[in-house]
Write a protein that binds this ligand. Structure first.
Ligand SMILES: C[S@@+](CC[C@H](N)C(=O)[O-])C[C@H]1O[C@@H](n2cnc3c(N)ncnc32)[C@H](O)[C@@H]1O
Length: 231
């Protein structure tokens, strides 16, 4: 475990934009992010995890998988990917009949026609360009089955906190990202959970392609865009 923390921290220092966090997600955030899997169908399912890092979410996802299920994992960083391979080898997945495929690649290279029942994203959207965020959210929608669920998280307060100390161009980037995320959340989010025991604290968001008839939960959220624009 400590080896994973040390590696993650060193990748945070070397590749801040893609790593996006100082430490791996806490067990409580991992638990929150996989919550939709508690209601998985009884048939074999396909799950996509994006931005697995050292595997905080991966190992939690695996607790909900069984023989016949598929888990595709995308991790861009080669050092984190190598760490992940080793830790998943220890989990003896093929003996359990779970088809786990690890890809050391950018999620934007996903070309499979497969549709996933669950997509779990660990990407740090607020360190990306808004164009990248749009592209990735589009890929998620394209590969989510009609009744599928997408979970992802954001760090609470990070955009507002950062906006106080940023250059105008960086602040503009942040506003563009916030707008992209807010419009996605307005359309697709059906629920969310705040997790304060994480560094930094985070919000897990749950989205579906079809939200008609569901009570939208985003109305309770503070609008990052509004708070940024009024500063
Ligand atoms: C905030 S870390 C989260 C890691 C892990 N899920 C966790 O919660 O501890 C984001 C991870 O996404 C990976 N990543 C960033 N951009 C990516 C991309 N375009 N495709 C795949 N992985 C990416 C980074 O290398 C990093 O490991």
């Amino acid at each position: 475990m400590f080896e994973g923390y040390r590696l993650f921290y060193s990748e945070f220092r070397n590749n801040f934009t893609t790593t996006g966090a100082i430490l791996p997600s806490s067990p409580l955030l991992a638990k929150a992010i996989v919550l939709p899997l508690l209601q998985r169908p009884a048939r074999p399912i396909a799950v996509l995890e994006v931005g697995a890092g050292t595997g905080s979410f991966t190992h939690r996802i695996l607790r909900h998988l069984s023989s016949g299920d598929i888990l595709d994992v995308y991790e861009l960083n080669p050092r984190l990917y190598t760490f992940l391979i080793k830790s998943l080898n220890r989990a003896k997945l093929s003996e359990k009949g779970i088809h786990c495929r690890l890809h050391n690649a950018d999620i934007r290279s996903l070309r499979k026609r497969i549709q996933y029942d669950f997509i779990i994203s660990g990407l740090p959207f607020y360190t990306f360009e808004s164009q990248t965020v749009s592209e990735i959210l589009e890929i998620y929608l394209e590969h989510l089955s009609p009744a599928g669920v997408l979970s992802y998280f954001e760090y609470i307060l990070t955009p507002e906190f950062k906006s106080k100390f940023l250059s105008p161009s960086e602040r503009d980037r942040l506003i563009r990202v916030a707008k992209t995320i807010e419009s996605f959340v307005q359309k697709y989010q059906y629920s969310s959970n705040e997790v304060w025991l994480n560094l930094p604290p985070a919000k897990a968001r749950y989205c579906r392609k079809i939200t008609a008839g569901m009570a939208p939960s985003h109305k309770k959220d503070r609008s990052f865009v509004r708070s940024l624009l009024t500063k």
